[in-house]
Design a protein around this ligand. Sequence first.
Ligand code: NAP
Ligand code: GLV
Length: 314
Amino acid sequence: MTRILFHAPASNPEAWQRAFLQAMPEAEFRIWQEGDDGPADYAVVWKPPLHMLAPQQATRRDLKAIFNIGAGVDAILQLGDGLPAGVPIVRLDDAGMGMQMAEYVTHAVLRYFRRFDQFDAQARAHQWRFLKPHKKSEFSVGILGMGLLGQRIADALAHFEFPLRGWSRSPKALPGIECFSGSDGLDAFLRGSRVVVCVLPLTAETSGILGRVNLARMPKGSYLINVARGGHLVEADLLELVQDGHIAAATLDVFDEEPLPAQHPFWQEPRITLTPHMAALTLRDESALQIAEKIRALQRGEAVAGVVDRIKGY
Ligand code: NAP
Ligand code: GLV
């Protein structure tokens, strides 16, 4: 029988057990407890502790794959040599997150484009004042990271006919999107994007990418939406650029420290909209189904999508 070992802090493990019972009734599902070093074929995890997957443990010698129940693998890859070598790490491929990301980012872009942020502030001050609409041709949206989630966001925004730009590691040709790639393409990408949406994986190359130099390349009066990781943004630099008016406003879902500390200056800055890392949640049933299908494919000796490149970091 296929043995699945599960660990995800702050999740409801019994609900995951029920989801896996539904998706893969032929498997044995075990919720990992401290000290459990029994054998398992597959680990299904989010932010596992170092010793859970430690390569010297008997459990990990049998492991055929580790499934990360999120799209981002920065937390699990931090374990480095604490991860068994040669065991594939498989991330979630969309699994319902693309739609949520599209909703979140479309809402934020439309809010800025139609100036709802300013109308809200005026309404709170009991002001009835017309504000000149932005021109759509001058409201280009640039997406940093044109992977599964970035492309889903672009598809959603295309319905509203925003000029779209995308930045990725490898060159791409995507219909209706001006594509940029690599460090050579970043400057032109940023200079022409009135809204920058960050949906990159957090890697050694992308960490701190939204610092003063790159933020200053965005046009004056531009907007930032970060739905990727707090580590992409240099928070103090954004605050300064918002306060001096270079960046008009920002919507942030992710932070260096989560929950955002009570004393953090972002709480006091009305031009920064904050949400508690909820742009795209892991959907239990969809995720269990996707993982069950991938386990079955691996057992048939087939390749699966979403295997992480440990060198690239995503
Ligand atoms: P993905 O499919 O792996 O796509 C990643 C994209 O980033 C790819 O287009 C990749 O380029 C690009 N990229 C990576 N490194 C780059 C670099 N150095 N320079 C330029 N482009 C680079 O990932 P995804 O599923 O879309 O997820 C993206 C991230 O979203 C996750 O890693 C996670 O951090 C974040 N996320 C956040 C939430 C939330 O609730 N806030 C939820 C889910 C995910 P190539 O196409 O050339 O490979
Ligand atoms: C959430 O942030 C994820 O990476 O899935």
